[in-house]
Design a protein around this ligand. Structure first.
Ligand SMILES: CC(=O)SCCNC(=O)CCNC(=O)[C@H](O)C(C)(C)COP(=O)(O)OP(=O)(O)OC[C@H]1O[C@@H](n2cnc3c(N)ncnc32)[C@H](O)[C@@H]1OP(=O)(O)O
Ligand SMILES: O=C([O-])CC(=O)C(=O)O
Length: 373
């Protein structure tokens, strides 16, 4: 009897794995909601802290709830001495994502309540990781420039405090806002690869730090979060607008992927791009970044007319972060600083109605055989 060949969904494309109440991506209408709110509305009216609260608790906070959460977040910003000395020992040439991944793993190792997966503990751990990550990312950014770290400030908002810890000054409010908008847009996106990795780890009843560590590893890849860095490396290689069209057509002719374009779910453009494109324009206007904006426009126009494939969120965030003054290797760690809110909301959701995630495979190796001694 011949074996029936099951349907194979390579890359799980089109497969609905579970339900989620955290966010909804609707490619047909180009929309994205977090807990029912359009992401554009959240980007226009909310702080990153409010969005984090929304993702974790399901509702926007009242002023008193926000105040309490911000107090806790601000109190948890400092990285302890043992963590800082561990990070100082990381090889100079390692990628900053390695630093972030190691830091989260270490935070788990030193937490006596690591194995406590109760909802309350996980909410508290999510807040603490979110609070301390910017301190780690900023210290690493400065270390690579040969500068001493700047301690977190307990009266500044999340975005402003991070920028101050990186640059020793708070930039123009429009730049701070553009940065905060990028954090809001990056915070959550349903069952993307890194969130799914976090949910797989959680489904084995492992701890939240292990799940976040796995998610960081998944985000690092250039087909996912690493694309924001790849976009800027490409733009730096192109350097001037007059070279952009030829560069892109050569990539397509060589059958290479153009980073920052395309998406597994959106086939007609990423819902977050118009908001981030406008934030990029604000930043470019204030920093003399017209060159990058022009390259952006030519790449987009050429790609869309040659293939119909549109930019994803990593396309505008790449040049926006560059113009804000970040080194390219810091772009994906900044993505982590935001997406940790979505990941941890999913970890808590997965833990609340768990089933081990364990798909099947179709064996394609040699038929069964006998060991010849
Ligand atoms: C925050 C985020 O993670 S957003 C995603 C960031 N990643 C990137 O920007 C990397 C570049 N983009 C890509 O590699 C893809 O578009 C992905 C991985 C994001 C999604 O891909 P999938 O849904 O798996 O589609 P797939 O890669 O099979 O592409 C379908 C077709 O479009 C083409 N295509 C898709 N994206 C691109 C691209 N960026 N450049 C060139 N061609 C592309 C593929 O070559 C393929 O063509 P084919 O059918 O002739 O072989
Ligand atoms: O949803 C995806 O596959 C990738 C993405 O855009 C994100 O994680 O923000």
């Amino acid at each position: 009897m011949t074996e029936a060949i099951p349907m194979i969904y390579k890359g799980l494309a089109g497969v609905v794995v579970d339900t989620t109440a955290i966010s909804k991506v609707v490619p047909e209408t180009n929309s994205l909601t977090y807990r029912g709110y359009a992401v554009q509305d959240l980007a226009a009216h909310c702080s990153f802290e409010e969005v984090a609260y929304l993702l974790w608790y399901g509702e926007l906070p009242t002023p008193a709830q926000l105040e309490l959460m911000c107090q806790r977040e601000r109190a948890a910003r400092r990285a302890d001495r043992s963590l800082l000395s561990l990070l100082a020992k990381m090889p100079d040439n390692c990628h900053p994502m390695d630093v972030v991944r190691t830091a989260i793993s270490y935070l788990g190792a030193e937490d006596p309540a690591e194995e406590d997966n109760s909802r309350e503990e996980n909410l508290a751990k999510a807040l603490r990781m979110t609070a301390v990550l910017p301190t780690i990312v900023a210290a690493d950014f400065r270390r690579r420039r040969g500068l001493d770290p700047i301690a977190p400030h307990s009266h500044r908002g999340f975005a402003e405090n991070f920028l101050n810890m990186c640059f020793g000054t708070v930039p123009d409010p429009a730049i701070v806002r553009a940065f905060e908008v990028s954090l809001i847009l990056y915070a959550e996106h349903s069952f993307n690869a890194s969130t799914f990795a976090a949910r797989v780890v959680t489904s084995t009843l492992s701890d939240i730090y292990s799940a976040v560590t796995a998610a960081i590893g998944a985000l690092k890849g250039p087909l996912h979060g690493g694309a924001n860095e790849a976009v800027m490396h490409d733009m730096l290689e192109i350097a001037t607008p007059d070279r952009a069209e030829e560069w892109l057509l050569a990539k397509l002719a060589a059958k290479e992927k153009v980073m920052g374009f395309g998406h597994r779910v959106y086939k007609n453009g990423d819902s977050r791009v118009p908001t981030m494109r406008s934030a990029l324009a604000d930043v470019a206007e204030r920093t003399g970044g017209e060159n990058w904006l022009r390259i952006y426009e030519i790449l987009e126009k050429t790609m869309v007319s040659a293939t119909g494939i549109k930019p994803n969120l990593d396309f505008p965030t790449g040049p926006a972060y560059y113009l804000m003054g970040f080194d390219v290797e810091m772009f994906t760690p900044i993505f982590v600083m935001s997406r940790i809110t979505g990941w941890t909301a999913h970890i808590i959701e997965q833990g609340g109605s768990n089933a081990l995630i364990r798909p099947l495979s179709q064996y394609s190796g040699v038929p069964q055989r006998t060991v010849v001694a």
